[in-house]
Design a binder for this molecule. Sequence first.
Ligand code: FPP
Length: 224
Amino acid sequence: MNPLNHVAIIMDGNGRWGLKYKRSRNAGHKAGLKTVEKIIEATIRNKISFLTLFAFSTENWKRPKKEINYLFTLLENFLINRIDDLHKQNIKLQILGSKKFSPKLNKILSNSEKKTSKNKKLQINLALNYGSKSELIEAIKKMKKNKNTITEENLSKNLQTKNMPDPDLLIRTGNTKRLSNFLLWQLAYSEIFFEKKLWPAFNEKDYNRIIKEYKRIKRNFGKI
Ligand code: FPP
């Protein structure tokens, strides 16, 4: 059976779910946050060490201001209310992407990272204002500045995901089959599952079914 150390998720479909069931995209984001909480618990139960969640892409700034503000308020309140509990559960929070938000949210994010930095049970990477192409460009710039030899190992060490294994498994909900500029380098050998359900409807049973299927795959990494 394949070991499973790192799961990455593109949580797609909040807007469609919200419009269909509550006539509001934002209601979909609120319900999506409930799924986030359930999937964190299920990740702990499955003894997985890293969970990377794509919460806001660099392209998402093109959305209406009202929706962007709602998403950030949701995130602020989530961290204000839940960070102590996450900390008590020995969960480490790390942000991927550049923290270019309101001073208030930037501070909440930095404080949450600092508070949980030594925790060991599960590392949650929240990709926020994240884009893989710009992460790669930044890494290459750093390598050039430090006169690093251009190798795969050095490039990996200059990404924001340094010090963690690449995702073994990527799940994208929402019945869309694309990577949307997410972890393009890190997903080179990941097993990818595209799930029809919209994120707010995704549950622990779906997650466990995918994990079970993943564990049975013969992973060759290019060999035969
Ligand atoms: C994609 O669905 C989802 C997002 C852009 C935001 C993800 C946010 C959450 C799951 C809730 C908040 C999370 C935290 C951690 C506070 P979409 O809006 O693109 O859906 P659509 O494809 O149906 O329009």
